[in-house]
Ligand binder design. Structure first.
Ligand code: SIN
Length: 281
């Protein structure tokens, strides 16, 4: 197995491994998992594996989840299809996000395999949110220690739905609250945990932060937008160009990602497994 770092902050390309074989090899899996904790996203080319092998490798990390809006392969529960045909409208892709942060226990990680992609375009960007936290000014770190934020699926996946369908989506997936700074359960790193599924701070309006009512809305939203914008900083990012059978495996607890939607009308078909994680603390 060879490992080549792709940036100073995040991402490594791993070669000399077949994930179909690794699905049945405990020590190879342990090596890959250890690399994931260090590099946060791993890229592997030429993974001509079956859907069953994709699911089997991801299952080594834990139970898989389906998605309430994006459908799964009927023969492989947990294998979510992210398919954009030549007729697909512009979609929710253009957002930096952490998968499923609107869940009480968001996925700990995910594995994405490219089935079909455009000749050029359709890259994905990942961001190291532990580096984003680490580099915040000390006064901001102090201000956000103990802050919590609400996360919701309603205003993103639900935005294109009828009001009735959106209300059902929200009722089935109630808004959740997570710390703005979470601690990674395996590495102990502190992670800035705010993304495009986050709607507002839950506990900003206290006497420490708000002297007069007027401080509340602009004060909270300026800080909120400043924190959201940290994911846009190139020094924390890696950008991956897909080819069919390329695979990305990421730690969803310490990263965000952004699928660049610049390739219409070319089709792009990806298949993703997401592994159930624990409650952020
Ligand atoms: C995702 O948002 O999980 C999928 C990213 C991609 O399609 O590149």
């Amino acid at each position: 197995m060879r490992v080549e770092r792709l940036t100073c902050s995040i991402g490594a390309e791993v070669s000399g491994v077949n994930l179909g074989d690794a699905a049945g090899d405990a020590s190879l899996f342990a090596e890959i998992k250890a690399l994931l904790l260090v590099h946060k996203v791993l890229f592997l080319r030429d993974q001509d594996i079956t859907r069953a092998e994709h699911v089997a490798f991801a299952r080594r990390f834990g139970e898989l989840e389906d998605h309430p809006v994006a459908g799964s392969d009927p023969d492989h529960p947990g294998l979510v299809r992210i398919y954009h045909g030549s007729d697909s409208k512009k979609s929710y892709e253009n957002n930096y996000h952490t998968d499923g942060s609107w869940r009480p226990c968001p996925p700990m990680g995910a594995m994405l395999r490219c089935i079909e992609c455009p000749e050029v375009g359709g890259d994905t960007i990942w961001v190291n949110m532990a580096a984003a936290y680490e580099n915040l000014p000390d006064d901001v770190k102090q201000k956000i220690a103990g802050l919590r934020a609400k996360h919701s699926i309603e205003h993103s996946f639900g935005a294109g739905m009828t009001p009735e369908a959106r209300a059902k989506l929200a009722a089935d997936n109630p808004m959740v609250e997570h710390p703005v700074v979470r601690t990674h359960p395996e590495t102990g790193e502190k992670v800035l945990y705010l993304n495009s599924f986050s709607t507002h701070f839950a506990n900003y309006h206290t006497p420490e932060n708000v002297r007069f009512g007027q401080d509340k809305t602009p004060g909270a939203s300026l800080l909120f937008n400043y924190l959201i914008s940290q994911a846009y900083i190139p020094e924390y990012q890696v950008r991956f160009r897909w080819k069919p059978n390329s695979v990305a495996i990421w730690d969803n607890r310490s990263t965000q990602h952004y699928a660049v939607h610049d390739y219409r009308p070319a089709p792009r078909r990806m298949e993703r497994t997401a592994i159930i994680g624990d409650r952020p603390f």
